[in-house]
Design a protein around this ligand. Structure first.
Ligand code: ZN
Length: 239
């Protein structure tokens, strides 16, 4: 009965395909070997994220920090992919797909926080798989070198972009837009540059070790030629 056999085969094949589609792929621990950083600017388009009097729309601040981070990572010879580079709406599943379609990557999602209690402030970094803890901890630690920063800790979370990631993935909450001080800072490009610099430093250290990162300071959204020649002091001297 060749027809029956082929039908059985077809059903078997379909079952196999379905299993492949639903079974989670084995996560890859690329936390020390990654070549690409997927930089994810939270929210966008119709999704403002948090929207507060002090801090404005979260989607604007996340995009600016993400773009600054993207440039700093490329300056440090890392390949980058941005999930969005303009004010557009990207569904979470599409962000996950972009992340998982890379060959040897990590994923860093940039957000700002929100609370009904205006007094709450500080940085938080989230991860899901154990492979992501080092990176999350390192980013949080570098953010804590920013003067007057408050440490709200490194935590696990079930966020979709973290849970479905094949690669190490973290989500950084760069302060509370609902807090007067942090909201005002989030509107300040110099502060956003500082946030991006600390996150970039953490990522470069995670990959290449301490003292390798050489951050360059940028003016507004425009890039300026990095200082040249005379500046030969090692980055480690900053500490
Ligand atoms: Zn957000």
């Amino acid at each position: 009965m060749p027809r029956l056999i082929s039908r059985a085969l077809a059903i078997g094949l379909l079952a196999l395909l379905a299993a492949c589609a639903t079974a989670p792929k084995a996560a890859k621990n690329t936390s020390k070997t990654f070549a690409t950083v997927v930089v994810d600017a939270g929210h966008g388009g119709k999704d403002n994220g948090a929207y507060r009097r002090f801090g404005g729309a979260e989607k604007i601040a996340t995009l600016d920090v993400a773009q600054r981070l993207d440039r700093k990572l490329r300056e440090s010879q890392l390949k980058t992919v941005m999930t969005r580079s303009s004010d557009v709406f990207i569904p979470l599943d599409e962000r996950v797909a972009i992340e998982n379609s890379q060959k040897n990557a990590i994923f860093v999602s940039i957000h700002f926080n929100d609370s009904r209690r205006r007094g709450i402030h500080g940085f938080e970094t989230y991860y899901h798989s154990g492979d992501s803890f080092d990176l999350a901890y390192r980013i949080q630690s570098k953010l804590m070198t920013i003067p007057h920063s408050a440490n709200r800790g490194v935590h696990t979370a079930n966020f979709r972009v973290l849970r479905l990631a094949y690669y190490p993935a973290v989500l950084v909450e760069c302060g509370f837009l609902s807090n007067r001080s942090e909201g005002n800072q989030a509107r300040d490009w110099e502060y956003r540059e500082l946030l991006a610099d600390r996150i970039a430093e953490a990522i470069v250290e995670q990959r290449y070790g301490a003292g390798v990162y050489r951050g360059s300071t940028q003016v507004a959204a425009q890039s300026q030629p990095a200082s040249t020649g005379s500046d030969v002091s090692p980055a480690a001297a900053h500490h």
